[in-house]
Design a protein around this ligand. Structure first.
Ligand code: ARG
Ligand code: ZN
Length: 892
């Protein structure tokens, strides 16, 4: 059933202390919990409510007296244990029995490769014991772990280790105490055969802290980068926000089976191995950057999430949007340079557009602070995370860095130790800066991506430029009409030489900065700039100052001009993307027309005849050769919008036409820029020892995008380079780029290269994931390729990373093959969703979302997708997770 935000009620009882004892055993783990609670004066109800799922209740005592269900002391229904009457102050003792080795959902306590791990956010703690498992109930935890010493030598939980020792029968124990009150979702335990890299660091406060990165034996050669990232995170949070580590011990543990990226359990962060383990041999530049970001993200949660947490799960973005914003800023600061910051910004906006804009336009669209959900795990979304981060970024854009910092300081001053709401955060930002941010609330309550239409009117006589901004927002499920948003629009004006003008708004005495943040609050508003001597080219929404779609009627020439001159690197890149998108959409229409005329063979001829504007190729050539530009930035400019991005621009999506068009454009660009690409390839080698720093990574990225273009040509020289790189590479980035070039060319030797790679990395799960992904997304892959790979001995649906590497990569990352006309891609999707539904509903529901946009496709494809959706909908024992996604997709 559906849970509504408006139904929030404070808990009837508040917790004070929790003592837990675990007798760890994979088949039967006994959990004893002693919980002290007091009636909440602020609550209306009297009942004492505990949540529990998949538990065997062994005993329940209240203030020493055993309660009996038969006598009506309590009742259990649909995962809720209710004690109808209880005194104002209670001590509850609860004993449960659980079965970690049968837990395939990876929520609660589970076993991975023989070791124990937990994942409690959002509602996993209730799979460990009956508990008031909601984030506004916070308590001080003491945890006693007992287990066989040989099998489980390491026993970890939150906080400080206060005691450990031996027990009879080869068992041992460890007792942990967390000095901070916390909600149950931040509880964690880890037990097993693990080793760690550790280091004691002096904190800003002068205290010392022990930092540890725990991994399975044999992986200690892959922990240095995570450790470095952790230390950098600690320093950065002090530097930027004045927030220091509040613990004596901070642990990171890597686990191979994990539903998401990582988890910020107090003092005991648990990570997907993908976001911890790295060395040059197994990890790419992107992996290194992701690890830094995720280590930062989880560490930053210690303040934004743990010290101040969420009142209820509708407020999830309070901690996630804010913490993503913080990790984005951290990564940008780690790169340091302005151009590096811009590259990071472009990367983040790409993710937003590629994943969040479609979500905002589809059946699962929801506001940053949702109004309802069926399964909260379905709302750990790009909207809550990435759009939420954009919302936080807009505060900083509106208030300035200093104003934002003041707001943060006030937020912690007011709310440290509390469970609060997004409104509380907004109030802190407003009050600290003496501003009225009430309209800004709509960013939290209204779903959908706003459309911002801009028009510029130059008056040569008066020397004014009038910029008219008009906003609207499409309807989303449950929200037909939208009210205007408070949108910060950063603008600049370029003169004919491409220089920024100092901007003066009408009514101002002096010229101000070259970039001005206009605040659009109405549906339509005009802004007049004065003293504009000649007709300028506007640079709008600089730095992507708001998560909107901007429409402005640029000519091709103006876009090429902005690409060459805009001082705002984001918009420089943006202009190139607009130019390429325009070209790709034209080509797509041409492919469709050629196909319709029946001249299948003529498609290429038709396209070739279209090939004469040259503006894009010239602009790309100029960028490619501009040595003053950061190589990482040049790589971004050279990368064409993805097929998914193009699809989102079309009224009716035709994935095959898009694919043909994009491939055609890549090939013709490769032909036109061949010499320049070769030269760049040769001049951007990174000889010597590997380093993942941003500058070296940028050189590799540019070199490798050049290689991928060259591989389109299938000429001997290009393929020789790829084969040489495949032989010589001393790092995973170059190795993978070479293999990808070979795999996506028409050259022979594909299976040999794949085999060589497999044999070399067979023991490295994270690399084998890449091997699967490469094949699932290869140009010649189809559903049969992927089906065959599901039979490979190394494939298993049970491991989320492996499932994602093959199945998700195919369904989300190979659109033209997935959307095969025969509908076999959808049949495969349905099979896999159904299979996953039985073992891991959370991962199943993620895969279920691959058909979100089905109503946008051609009628023939729509029909086949509807059948596949209905097949899943009709499956017996459908989990709440999958049912919510499918029901919403099919709803009209
Ligand atoms: N709070 C974690 C993070 O963003 C994500 C955990 C989500 N887990 C889940 N099962 N929904 O860092
Ligand atoms: Zn998070």
């Amino acid at each position: 059933q559906t849970i509504y935000r408006k139904d929030y009620a404070a808990p009837n009882y508040l917790a004070d202390t929790v003592e837990m004892g675990f007798d760890l055993d994979p088949a039967d783990t006994r959990v004893a919990t002693r919980l002290t609670m007091t009636r909440n004066p602020a609550a209306k109800g009297r009942e004492l409510v505990l949540f529990g799922e998949e538990l065997e209740l062994v005993a329940l005592r209240l203030n020493g007296k055993t309660l009996s269900q038969d006598k009506g002391d309590f009742r259990i229904a649909a995962g809720v244990l209710t004690i109808p009457t209880a005194p104002a102050s209670v001590e509850l003792e609860i004993e449960t029995l659980i079965h970690p080795d049968r837990n395939t959902s990876l929520m609660g306590l589970y076993v991975s490769n023989g070791n124990f791990f937990t994942q409690c956010e959002a509602e996993g703690f209730r799979k460990i014991t009956y508990f008031p498992d909601r984030p506004d109930v916070m308590a001080r935890f003491t945890v006693m772990l007992r287990a066989d010493k040989a099998r489980y030598p390491v026993l970890l939980s939150n906080g400080n280790l206060i005691e450990e020792g031996a027990l009879p029968d080869g068992r041992h124990y460890a007792k942990w105490e967390d000095p901070f009150k916390k909600p149950s979702y931040l509880f964690a335990l880890v037990a097993g055969q693990l080793v760690c890299q550790e280091e004691t660091v002096r904190l800003h406060s002068g205290r010392d802290a022990l930092l540890q990165v725990w991994v399975e034996e044999g992986n200690l050669d892959k922990t240095q980068h995570a450790m470095d990232s952790l230390k950098n995170s600690i320093d950065w949070d002090v530097e930027r926000f004045g927030l220091d580590l509040d613990l004596e011990r901070f642990m990171i543990v890597a686990v191979g089976d994990f539903n998401m990226g990582a988890m910020e359990n107090k003092g005991l962060n648990i990570f997907n191995t993908k976001f911890v383990l790295a060395n040059p041999r197994i990890a790419t530049d992107v992996d290194f950057a992701n690890i830094e970001a995720v280590v930062g993200h989880e560490y930053f949660h210690n303040w934004t999430g743990n010290r101040v947490t969420c009142r209820d799960w509708f407020q999830l973005s309070l901690k996630e949007g804010l913490t993503v914003f913080r990790d984005q800023e951290f990564s940008a600061d780690m790169i340091g340079s302005d151009s590096g910051r811009a590259v990071k910004r472009i990367d983040d906006v790409r993710v937003l557009r590629q994943a969040q804009f479609p979500e905002d336009a589809g059946p699962m669209a929801h506001p940053v602070r949702p109004d309802s959900y069926v399964e909260i795990n379905n709302f750990y979304t790009v909207t809550v995370y990435e759009k939420g981060a954009e919302v936080v970024r807009m505060y900083q854009t509106l208030l300035g860095r200093e104003g934002f910092r003041k707001g943060m300081d006030l937020y912690f001053e007011r709310h440290d130790g509390q469970a609060v709401t997004c409104d509380d955060f907004r109030a802190a930002m407003a009050d600290a800066n003496g501003r009225d941010l009430s309209q800004f609330e709509r960013w939290y309550s209204q779903a959908g991506t706003p459309l911002l239409q801009a028009a510029a009117d130059y008056d040569a006589k008066r020397k004014t430029l009038t910029l008219t901004l008009e906003q609207s927002c499409p309807a989303t499920p449950g929200q037909k009409k939208k009210q205007p948003f408070h949108i910060p629009v950063a603008v600049g004006l370029l003169d004919a030489q491409g220089r920024d003008l100092a901007l003066t708004l009408e009514g101002e005495k002096k010229a101000g900065a070259t970039t001005r943040v206009l605040e659009l609050t109405k549906a339509k508003q005009s802004f007049r700039f004065i003293n504009v001597d000649q007709k300028p080219v506007p640079s709008l929404l600089r730095g992507f100052s708001a998560p909107v779609v901007l429409q402005f009627d640029y000519s091709d020439a103006e876009l090429a001009f902005l690409m060459a001159h805009d001082s705002d690197a984001f918009n420089r890149w943006e202009a190139g993307q607009r130019l390429a998108t325009r070209r790709l959409l034209n080509l797509t229409v041409a492919v469709q027309a050629a196909r319709q005329s029946g001249h299948v063979v003529a498609v290429d001829t038709v396209l070739n005849n279209l090939q004469h504007d040259g503006a894009l190729a010239d602009a790309l050539r100029a960028t490619l050769q501009d040595e003053s530009l950061d190589p990482a930035f040049r790589e971004l400019v050279l990368t064409l919008p993805s097929e998914t991005m193009i699809a989102e621009q079309m009224e009716v999506i035709d994935p095959h036409a898009i694919h043909v068009a994009r491939q055609f454009l890549r090939r013709s660009l490769a032909r036109e820029l061949r010499d320049e690409l070769l030269a760049v390839y040769r001049s951007h080698q990174t000889p010597g020892a590997y380093s993942p720093d941003a500058a070296s990574a940028g050189r590799r990225a540019l070199k490798n995008v050049a290689l991928s273009y060259l591989a389109e040509l299938d000429d001997e020289e290009a393929m020789a380079l790829a084969r040489q790189q495949d032989e010589d590479a001393n790092n995973m980035t170059d190795r993978l780029a070479a293999l990808s070039a070979i795999l996506n060319s028409a050259a022979p030797g594909k299976s040999e290269a794949l085999q060589r790679f497999y044999t070399e990395f067979e023991q490295e799960a994270l690399v084998i994931d890449k091997w699967f992904t490469l094949q699932a997304t290869a140009r010649n892959a189809d559903v049969n390729t992927v089906r065959t790979l599901t039979e490979h001995p190394a494939f298993t649906l049970k491991n989320p990373n492996r499932a994602r590497s093959l199945i998700f990569s195919f369904c989300n990352g190979n659109p033209s093959a997935f959307h095969a006309l025969d509908g076999n891609g959808y049949a495969f999707w349905a099979e896999q969703v159904i299979a996953l539904n039985g073992s891991n509903p959370q991962v199943a529901a993620r895969l279920a979302r691959s058909l979100d946009r089905w109503r946008k496709y051609t009628p023939a494809l729509q029909e086949k997708m509807r059948l596949a959706l209905q097949q899943v909908a009709g499956t017996p024992k459908l989990s709440r997770d999958v049912a919510e996604v499918i029901t919403k997709a099919l709803a009209d």
